[in-house]
Design a protein around this ligand. Structure first.
Ligand code: PEP
Length: 242
């Protein structure tokens, strides 16, 4: 199974825009047995997405708290996401690590909470530009995976890993499939071959296929391009022939 997962981040600004995008998804994504399309909108649009997608794509959250409920103002828990119809949740996105101070320890607790709630965590890892220049390309993914997925049986847990070089996210400068392939091989070596491993970072309908065909990835985490339903549906179409 190939995964094409859309991360809307904190977009769009209005309900009207969200409806327009969801309508485009519902009309444009052609279901097929080889590709699993998943969309992760902001929490506030989950109900709308469930109603409007009509099964064109599965639903995911962009983050979750590690506790199931309680006095955590502003947080959304994994069972709450499951209750809204989510089957997936992005955890440890670089924007959460960098802008909200998420640590490997917090991420590990979130992954465990997601699994306990029956969600498949989409665990993100990847190096910054400075770390890449320093030659720490696979070292960062290794530390983040070891700490973030600590005590999790990767042979049985439905974990998805997304390699997202931070310097390629939202920059229009995608990692080349050759560079991405090196990290793909490394992650497979330290985990296992069964784990769905996705590439993320400036993916569009033109470069999407290369990460699956030339770099060995089994899917893509798509940010900016997922806000354009034609582009997102185009990525789903493009990868289904591989
Ligand atoms: C992301 O936010 O996970 C991402 C990959 O963004 P973009 O596709 O815009 O680089």
């Amino acid at each position: 199974m190939k995964y094409i997962i859309g991360n809307w981040k904190c977009n769009p600004e209005t309900v009207a825009e969200a409806k327009k995008i969801l309508n485009g998804y519902a009309k444009g994504i052609k279901k097929n047995a080889k590709v699993k399309a998943v969309v992760c909108p902001p929490f506030c649009y989950l109900g709308l997405a469930k109603e409007m997608l009509k099964g064109a794509a599965a639903l995911g959250g962009q983050d979750c708290h590690w506790e199931a409920k309680g006095a955590f103002t502003g947080e959304v828990s994994a069972p709450q996401l499951a209750g809204m119809g989510c089957g997936y949740v992005i955890i440890g996105h670089s924007e959460r690590r960098q802008k909200f101070g998420e640590t490997d320890e917090m991420i590990n607790k979130k992954v465990k909470a997601a699994l306990a709630a029956g969600l498949a965590p989409i665990f993100c890892c990847g190096e910054t530009r400075e770390e890449r220049i320093d030659g720490k390309i696979t070292d960062i993914a290794e530390i983040q995976i070891k700490e973030g997925l600590k005590d999790i049986d990767l042979d049985t847990a439905p974990v998805i890993i997304a390699y997202e070089p931070v310097w390629a996210i939202g920059t229009g400068t995608a990692c080349s499939p050759e560079e991405a392939q090196v990290v793909h091989q490394f992650i497979i070596n330290i985990t296992n071959e069964k784990i769905p491993l996705l590439y993320g970072g400036s993916v569009d309908s033109k470069n999407a296929v290369s990460y699956l065909q030339n770099a060995g990835y089994s899917g893509l985490l798509v940010g900016g391009a997922s806000l354009d339903p034609k582009e997102f549906a185009g990525i789903v179409e493009a990868v289904k022939i591989i």
